[in-house]
Ligand binder design. Structure first.
Ligand SMILES: Nc1nc2c([nH]c(=O)n2[C@@H]2O[C@H](COP(=O)(O)OP(=O)(O)OP(=O)(O)O)[C@@H](O)[C@H]2O)c(=O)[nH]1
Length: 135
C-alpha cells in the first residue's frame, strides 16, 4: 500500500546573522529532532498562506515570505514528506514558541551541531552554499 504523502512548508528565518531553529516536542512525530518552523498545507491553502498561518500559530509572528529556496523530498518509514522551503522575514510580533520544546538561533556554519530531521539535511547543504546566507 502506498505511504501517505504530505506537502509541508518550512521557513528559514534569519536575524543578526543567525538562523532560527526549533526542536520537535515530545508529543510530535520525530520528537527531539530539530526543524525549521512550518507545517502541513491544508486543502485549498497556498504555500505562502500556509507558512504565514503556521508562523502565526506556532511562533506568534507576522512574517513576509520573501523567497522560495528549494524543495526536498524525504521518504520516512511511514510517510513521504515534500518540504517546500522559503526565506522569511520576521515583520512583527514577539516570537514566542507554543509548539516546540526548545528553540535557538545559530549561524549557518553551526547548524550541523543539532540533530536535524532527516528531510532537512539538504536544506543545510543549500544554506551552506547560498551566498546570501551569512556563514
Ligand atoms: N514543519 C516542519 N516539518 C518537518 C520538517 N522536516 C520534516 O521532516 N518535517 C516533517 O513534516 C511533517 C510536518 O508536520 P507537522 O506536525 O509539523 O505539521 P502540522 O502542525 O501541520 O501537522 P499536525 O496538525 O498533524 O501536527 C512532520 O512529519 C515533520 O516531521 C521541517 O523542517 N519543518
Amino acid at each position: 500500500m502506498a505511504l501517505p504523502a504530505y506537502d509541508v512548508t518550512a521557513a528559514v528565518i534569519e536575524r543578526d546573522n543567525k538562523v532560527f531553529c526549533a526542536r520537535r516536542a515530545a508529543h510530535k512525530d520525530l520528537a527531539g529532532f530539530w526543524e525549521f518552523p512550518g507545517g502541513k498545507i491544508e486543502p485549498s491553502e497556498s504555500f505562502v498562506g500556509c507558512l504565514q498561518r503556521e508562523l502565526k500559530e506556532e511562533l506568534g509572528i507576522e512574517a513576509k515570505v520573501e523567497k522560495y529556496l528549494m524543495t526536498t523530498t524525504h521518504q520516512y518509514p511511514d510517510k513521504l514528506i515534500r518540504l517546500y522551503v522559503y526565506r522569511v522575514a520576521w515583520l512583527t510580533g514577539e516570537l514566542t514558541c507554543s509548539d516546540h520544546d526548545e528553540t535557538c538561533w545559530l549561524p549557518v556554519a553551526r547548524l550541523r551541531e543539532l540533530k536535524w530531521a532527516p528531510a532537512d539535511l539538504p536544506i543545510l547543504d543549500y544554506l551552506a552554499s547560498d551566498s546570501r546566507t551569512t556563514k
